[in-house]
Ligand binder design. Structure first.
Ligand code: NAD
Length: 490
C-alpha cells in the first residue's frame, strides 16, 4: 500500500507530546490521552488529558481574558481582522490539517484537506464579517422623555464541546460565531480526535488572538466535558454530540443555569418518489448516507423508496456499495471511504446488523468485517426493513443504509415523521407541488430536495425534536452566543 508522504510539520507535531492550550501556555498533565490511528489500530501519539483541575484553570484564564484582556475593549474591525487572519492561516495550512484529521479520524486525506479544512476556513471568513454588524436598536417606547435602546453583548466564557466525526469543522462551526460575538472560549474536543484543534490553537495565537481567548483542553467527556458543563463560571455550553450526552449536559448546566445549545443526533428520512430523476436520486441517496462513512448527524440512513421503483433503486445502491474503494486515510491515491472511528464503534455497528438480521432484515451488500487491520466496515445496504426495527429507529452512525418501501405520499410522510429525531430529511421528485407540500411538512431542521448534505456558514443549521435546540450558522449563530440588554435613559 502506497501512502502520502507525511509532512515534516505533521511528523514534528506527532513526535512531541502535545500539552493543553491554556492562555499562551502548553500545559502538560499527569493523565494521558492515547490517540489511536483507526486505519491501523495503532498508537499514533499521546497528548495531555484535562481533568477538573485543568478545566478550572482554563476557565479562570478565559474569564480573565474576557474581563481584563485586550479582547473585550477591542474595536469590531480589529476582531474581524484577527478572525479573518485565522481563516487565511487555516487555508494556508490546509494540507497539515488534512493529514492530522486523516491520521486521527481515518477519513481520506484529500477530503480532510479540501472539505473539512477549506470549509472551516470559509466558516471563519463568514463570521469575520459579523463583529461590526452586531447591532442593537432604538425602541419607540410609550413613556415620555425616555430613551430606550438595546445593546447586543457577548455572553462571557463559553465552553464548547465537540465530537470526532469532523474534528476541525465541528469545532470551527462553534468557535467562529462565539469569537465573532466577542466571547472567550474553552474548546473540549472529542477524546478520539484532539490533534487538529490543538494545532488550530497555535495558529490562533499567530493570527493575533490575545492570550486566553481561545483555549483547547482535550480530555474525556465524563471528566473534562462534565467539569465544563458543571462549572459555575462558565456562561454557556455549546454542544455537538449524541442525544444521550446532550441530556447529561442539560442536567449538569442547571447549577448556574448556564445557557445551553445542542446539536444532537439524527435518523434522517430520505424519500425517493416514483417521478424522481432516478440516476441522480440513486447516487444522491447513496452519498446522503455514506459520505463521511455514515458518521454524519445528517446521514440519510432511512431511505423510503416508492414500491414502483424499489427494485431498480436497490439494485443501483448495491452496485455502488460494491464498487467503492475503502482504505487508510493516508493511502495514495485516495479512497472513497476510510475506517470507522474506533474498535468499539465498529463492534457497535456489527451489533446493530446482527440484531437487524434477527428481526428479519436482510443484508444486501457489505455487512462483514474487512480483513485488513484497522476498523473497517464496508458500505452496507440492508433490505426488508420495517419502521419498528431498531435499525430504522436508532442512529447507527456508520456505513449502514436501511431501505424501506412505500405506496403513497400521506403514508410516507407520516412514517418519515415518526421519529424521535428531527435534524435533517430529504426528498427526490420532479413535481413542484409535491416538493413544496412534503418539504413544508417534514419535521426536520434542514430539508434537502434533489440534493443532500449542503451547508453554508450563512444558512441556519440545527434540529427539531430530540436533535437539539439552537441554530448554529448564519445570523442565528450570533444570537446563540450573545445576549440583549435594554437601556433606559431619563
Ligand atoms: P458523544 O456524545 O459521545 O461525545 C461528544 C462530545 O461530548 C465529546 O467531546 C465527548 O467527550 C463529550 N462528552 C461525553 N460525555 C460527556 C459528559 N457527560 N459531559 C460533557 N461532555 C461529554 O458523541 P460522539 O460519539 O463524539 O459523536 C457522535 C454523535 O454526535 C452522534 O450522535 C452525531 O449525530 C452527533 N453529531 C451531531 C451533529 C449536529 O450538528 N447535530 C454534528 C456531528 C455529530
Amino acid at each position: 500500500m502506497k501512502t502520502f508522504p507525511m509532512l515534516q510539520e505533521v511528523e514534528g507535531f506527532l513526535a512531541q507530546r502535545q500539552g493543553l492550550r491554556i492562555g499562551a501556555k502548553h500545559v502538560d498533565t499527569k493523565k494521558t490521552l492515547h490517540v489511536i490511528n483507526p486505519s491501523s489500530g495503532e498508537l499514533l501519539t499521546s497528548v495531555a488529558c484535562a481533568s477538573e483541575n485543568e478545566i478550572d484553570l482554563a476557565v479562570g484564564v478565559a474569564r480573565q481574558a474576557f474581563h481584563s484582556g485586550p479582547w473585550g475593549c477591542m474595536g469590531p474591525d480589529q476582531r474581524s481582522r484577527i478572525i479573518w487572519r485565522l481563516a487565511d492561516l487555516i487555508e494556508k495550512n490546509a494540507a497539515i490539517f488534512g493529514q492530522l484529521d486523516a491520521l486521527d479520524n481515518g477519513k481520506p486525506v484529500a477530503i480532510a484537506r479540501d472539505v473539512d479544512a477549506i470549509y472551516s476556513a470559509r466558516h471563519f471568513r463568514y463570521f469575520a464579517g459579523w463583529p461590526d454588524k452586531i447591532e442593537g436598536s432604538t425602541i419607540p417606547v410609550n413613556i415620555p422623555d425616555r430613551l430606550n435602546y438595546t445593546k447586543v453583548q457577548p455572553l462571557g466564557v463559553c465552553g464548547l464541546i465537540t465530537p470526532w466525526n469532523y474534528p476541525l469543522l465541528m469545532a470551527s462551526w462553534k468557535l467562529a460565531p462565539a469569537l465573532a460575538a466577542g466571547n472567550t472560549v474553552i474548546l473540549k474536543p472529542s477524546e478520539e480526535t484532539p490533534l487538529s484543534v490543538l494545532y488550530l490553537a497555535d495558529l490562533a495565537l499567530e493570527a493575533g488572538f490575545p492570550e486566553g481567548v481561545l483555549n483547547v483542553t482535550p480530555g474525556y467527556g465524563h471528566e473534562a466535558g462534565n467539569a465544563l458543563a458543571l462549572h459555575h463560571d462558565v456562561d454557556k455550553v455549546g454542544f455537538t454530540g449524541s442525544t444521550q450526552t446532550g441530556r447529561k449536559i442539560v442536567k449538569a448546566s442547571i447549577g448556574n443555569l448556564k445557557k445551553v445549545s445542542l446539536e444532537l443526533g439524527g435518523k434522517a428520512a430520505n424519500i425517493i418518489f416514483e417521478d424522481a430523476h432516478l440516476e441522480s436520486a440513486i447516487s444522491g441517496s447513496f452519498w446522503a448516507n455514506f459520505s463521511n462513512n455514515g458518521q454524519s448527524c445528517t446521514a440519510g440512513s432511512r431511505l423510503y423508496v416508492h414500491s414502483k421503483i424499489h427494485e431498480k433503486v436497490t439494485e443501483g445502491l448495491i452496485k455502488l456499495a460494491n464498487s467503492l474503494k475503502m482504505g487508510a486515510g493516508m493511502e495514495d491515491p485516495g479512497n472513497d471511504l476510510g475506517p470507522v472511528i474506533s474498535e468499539s464503534q465498529m463492534k457497535r455497528i456489527f451489533g446493530f446488523l446482527e440484531r437487524a438480521k434477527d428481526e428479519g432484515a436482510e443484508v444486501l451488500a457489505g455487512g462483514v468485517k474487512d480483513e485488513r487491520d484497522g476498523w473497517f466496515v464496508p458500505p452496507t445496504i440492508v433490505g426488508n426493513v420495517s419502521d419498528e426495527m431498531e435499525i430504522a429507529r436508532q442512529e447507527v452512525f456508520g456505513p449502514v443504509l436501511s431501505v424501506l418501501s412505500f405506496e403513497d405520499d400521506a403514508d410516507v410522510l407520516k412514517r418519515a415523521n415518526n421519529s424521535d429525531f428531527g435534524l435533517a430529511a430529504g426528498l427526490w421528485s420532479r413535481d413542484i407541488s409535491r416538493v413544496r407540500r412534503i418539504a413544508d411538512s417534514l419535521l426536520a431542521g434542514t430539508v434537502w430536495v434533489n440534493c443532500w448534505g449542503e451547508t453554508d456558514a450563512a444558512s441556519p443549521f440545527g434540529g427539531f425534536k430530540q436533535s437539539g435546540y439552537g441554530r448554529e450558522m448564519g445570523r442565528e449563530a450570533i444570537s446563540l452566543y450573545s445576549q440583549t440588554k435594554s437601556v433606559w435613559i431619563a
